[in-house]
Design a protein around this ligand. Sequence first.
Ligand SMILES: Cc1cc2nc3c(=O)[nH]c(=O)nc-3n(C[C@H](O)[C@H](O)[C@H](O)COP(=O)(O)OP(=O)(O)OC[C@H]3O[C@@H](n4cnc5c(N)ncnc54)[C@H](O)[C@@H]3O)c2cc1C
Length: 247
Amino acid sequence: MPHEVFALRLAARRPLTPRVSEFRFERVDGQPFDYIPGQFVTLHFPGPEGELRRSYSIASSPEETLETRSIAIAVTEVPNGRVCRILFGLSPGEVVQASGPFGRFILRDDPGMDYLLVATGTGVSPYRAMLPSLGQRLAGSGREIRLLLGVRGPEELLYGEDFLNLARAVPAFGFTACLSRTLSAPPREHERQGYVQEALKSLALDPRRQVVYLCGNPEMIDVSLAYLKSLDFPLPAIRREKYLSSN
Ligand SMILES: Cc1cc2nc3c(=O)[nH]c(=O)nc-3n(C[C@H](O)[C@H](O)[C@H](O)COP(=O)(O)OP(=O)(O)OC[C@H]3O[C@@H](n4cnc5c(N)ncnc54)[C@H](O)[C@@H]3O)c2cc1C
């Protein structure tokens, strides 16, 4: 069944890191955005060989979206990326076509389970949209949530302060930035050197207690999935969102 296509106007743009910008879009028709944290929106662009469709996880929580009347997406500027070139050339006020929200990479009822959230780069966006829900789930529940975010260096830590703030306020929330480049200074308390999939292997993982979310780089997801399966994690407890271009 074809999905409804609607117009989005670029309301604002700001750099989050040297390679990632946040784009805020508002619906031209003034309708509200209804989505579940963890879902994505698909942007449609006409191209010489047909329409290009690219998906972007919504990085704003529903609370923030309601307040600003706009959704935020965080986009990595991919060299020679066909849609990135268009997106990064947009000025506020310009309009794009979109559909959505889509996706099942969302929090579910997992009574008593701890969460391990793993991301590379902009793969952290779904977790940012989930932040208020994560805070609510942690309150007095005895559960633990840990987030591992893989980026190259400290300057690439998008939305890092938001996650650090939750970690400061709620001891049951842990945040670790996994930095793949050689560091010029000793790692800070929330940092460790190495790839996110290596950090995963250093944790005490238990399929009876944890549900794992993996988002971002397809290779990281494949390697992590194989490892988690080797530990007997059942597939429904390994939730995945791979960032790939569709055409
Ligand atoms: C469900 C879903 C959610 C997504 N959410 C996000 C998101 O929140 N933020 C985001 O930035 N992207 C996200 N993506 C990826 C996004 O849809 C595009 O694939 C990406 O923006 C590149 O599109 P492009 O047309 O500019 O590049 P293309 O012209 O398709 O690709 C150009 C070249 O860049 C390579 N490439 C593609 N993506 C990357 C990348 N991320 N890093 C390095 N090289 C790459 C390709 O392999 C190709 O060689 C998501 C993808 C999916 C399926």
